[in-house]
Design a binder for this molecule. Structure first.
Ligand SMILES: *Cc1c(COP(=O)(O)O)cnc(C)c1O
Length: 501
């Protein structure tokens, strides 16, 4: 074992990892990356099949992002945002506001509305699409969600919506690992042990067409969203949930969701129209919308019309909410914000929320929250460079190509009896492995089918991580058609190997 591997085994505790298993084998030690390729210390090359856990956008060692960081580094790496401003963070905030409020959202920028008026206006829905004009920086997806949560809580109290604001989120939702974010999540495996530490939130059924108890369709060789037979019972449950809570006299303060695709739930996509309707229901009860775009943001969900059943060929859409004409009151961004280079996050919100925190110093309406590295210059410089690439024609065309390549290559996996569902939303896909596609019978989690398939994929030169028995494919945008084809061919080979074993 190399010196690095030995040191790792001796001292490093890895996230979301059973360390007993980890210590049984020699870890892959990554030393370099270039585009979609990662290189280990032995010189072996791998394709980065999950964009380094959903963070990377334009590939590794990107010349433009490198140069932006180097330019900034020559000036200063970090100064505090507590009491000081800096150029990269200010410019990044401007860019984020521009991209998060595209013209097609028919933004009504009612900057000078009073919070009470705004809360009322927000409840009336589309005609008063909120303008996300304010940016609060932090470090990670979890912190971006925490900020939204605390702001929504306090905004609701201050605008007289309720003394004890209550949150509704999606069952099997995942919003990060800090305690507030965990309270909003509903994945038992991660969350149950800490139940006593958490504040109470409510969960509501999320669409998961492949395993939906209301889907009466027999399994077919297609994305379950396309052949499902149901009466939108999931939305019915949501309506009842909101109605019940409103009748109790304490309507939900906010509805929290991962738009279009729930990542850690197992890449579970929402059928077309679900999000739009869910947002209408929430708004109808006056709830704020908190969109967790930590995974889905920055173009990951592809071009317009590319999700759900129809496959129109519209323009590129940068945020998942906008595919469904939903503009939230809070948008949490992280992972891809710096192109996957540095830890940085942002919570976007409205002028109305901002104003609820204005007052004389001694009224103490200040938002008492902040992180040491808030507004970090290196991160912001990387973010600016990444957003510039994202808006270029070259990147836009590459994303369309990759989306199409994934769509056609993924089809080849239907030939495998252990593939139950293939779910693609733009440039992210989940492949659910099952014992038998005809019955949808899952593999026992203890059999570690997903893990074993990913281990086999690593041996064949493709790195990704499963979520349970769902294999995630989420390549960087610079991935070529040939590389995408290899990723899927290797996945196919790995599933065949595991099926034989
Ligand atoms: C990854 C993720 C988070 C948490 O982000 P971290 O940077 O890991 O704290 C939150 N929400 C979603 C949807 C995510 O995918």
């Amino acid at each position: 074992m190399s010196q690095t591997a030995k040191l790792d085994h001796k001292h490093v505790w890895h996230p979301f990892t059973q360390m007993r298993d980890w210590l049984k084998s020699e870890p892959i030690v990554i030393v370099e990356g270039e585009g979609t390729v990662l290189r280990d210390e032995r010189g072996r090359e791998y394709l980065d099949g999950n964009s380094s856990i959903w963070t990377n956008l334009h590939g590794h060692n990107n010349a433009k992002i490198n140069a932006a960081i180097q330019r900034q580094l020559k000036r200063i790496a970090h100064s505090s945002a507590l009491g000081l401003a800096n150029e990269p963070a200010s410019r990044l905030a401007e860019q984020l506001v521009k991209l998060a409020n595209p013209p097609q959202m028919k933004v009504a920028a009612k900057g000078n509305m009073r919070p009470e008026q705004a809360a009322f206006a927000l409840a009336r829905g589309r005609k008063n699409t909120p303008c996300l004009g304010k940016v609060f920086f932090s470090d990670d997806g979890s912190t971006a969600v925490e900020v939204a949560l605390k702001l929504a809580y306090e905004f609701s109290r201050r605008t007289g919506r309720g003394a004890k604001p209550r949150f509704l989120s999606l069952k099997s939702g995942y919003h990060g690992d800090t305690i507030g974010a965990v309270a909003l999540g509903h994945i038992d495996l991660f969350h149950k042990a800490y139940a006593e530490l958490l504040f109470k939130t409510d969960g509501v059924m999320a669409p998961y067409c492949y395993r939906c108890p209301y889907n009466r369709a027999k399994p077919e060789r297609a994305d379950a969203r396309e052949y499902r037979r149901c009466n939108w019972e999931c939305l019915g449950q949501m309506e009842r949930k909101f109605e019940t809570q409103t009748k109790k006299g304490n309507p939900y303060a906010a509805f929290v969701f991962e738009p279009l695709m729930q990542g850690a739930a197992g890449m579970v996509p929402q059928p077309k129209g679900w999000l739009h309707r869910a947002a209408e229901i929430a708004r109808g009860h006056g709830a704020l919308l908190i969109a967790d775009e930590v995974m889905t943001g920055f173009g990951r969900t592809g071009k317009e019309g590319s999700t759900g059943e129809d496959r129109g060929s519209g323009r590129n859409v940068l945020f998942a909410c906008h595919h469904e004409d939903v503009q939230p009151d809070f948008m949490a961004l992280a992972k891809g914000l710096t192109g996957g280079y540095l830890p940085m996050a942002a919570t976007l919100t409205t002028q109305a929320v901002f104003e609820a925190f204005l007052g004389e110093y001694d009224e103490f309406k200040t938002f008492f929250h902040g992180h040491s590295f808030t507004g970090n210059q290196l991160g912001a410089a990387a973010g600016l460079a990444s957003l510039k690439i994202l808006q270029s024609g070259v990147s836009s065309r590459a994303r369309r190509r990759l989306e199409a390549a994934l769509r056609s290559e993924l089809k080849t996996l239907w030939a495998l009896p252990n593939v139950g569902d293939i779910r693609q939303a733009g440039l992210v896909a989940g492949v659910e492995l099952v014992k038998d596609w005809r019955t949808r019978q899952p593999f026992d989690l203890r059999k570690r089918a997903g893990i074993r398939v990913c281990e086999a994929m690593a041996r064949h030169g493709v790195l990704t991580r499963p979520v349970g028995n769902v294999v995630v494919l989420m390549p960087p945008y610079c991935t070529t058609t040939v590389q995408a084809r290899k990723m899927i061919a290797v996945l196919r080979k790995a599933v065949e190997e595991i099926a034989r074993a």
